[in-house]
Design a protein around this ligand. Structure first.
Ligand SMILES: [Zn+2]
Length: 102
């Protein structure tokens, strides 16, 4: 288990807002992974503003497409306009989403 040290463990059952707030990356439906500049919490939904100036309105749901994509690290490529740093992508891909429903 020594090489697990670098991994970050995130409980996957927490709210999408918490999840996104930690990871600061947004997998858009197009397969592009954006860097998040700000997240505005609106209760049931949130407004995500990316570094490249895009806005996404997202429902805070643990079972949404985006939550699933985040947990599985699904994306095609990082957004070139967001300039997501390499270390951030690496940290993200090393993040392990633990299942605490046991
Ligand atoms: Zn972007």
């Amino acid at each position: 288990m020594d090489n697990q040290e670098k991994s970050r463990y995130v409980k996957k059952n927490q709210d999408l807002f918490e999840l996104i707030n930690k990871i600061k990356l947004w997998p858009a439906r197009s397969g592009i992974l954006h860097g998040i500049k700000t997240i505005e919490n609106r209760g049931n939904s949130m407004i995500i503003t990316t570094h490249c100036g895009e806005h996404f309105v997202v429902w805070d749901s643990k079972t949404s497409r985006s939550a699933r994509w985040l947990r599985h690290h699904w994306f095609n490529h990082a957004c070139p306009k967001c300039h997501v740093p390499e270390w951030k992508l690496e940290k993200y891909t090393q993040t392990v989403f633990t299942d605490d429903r046991r």
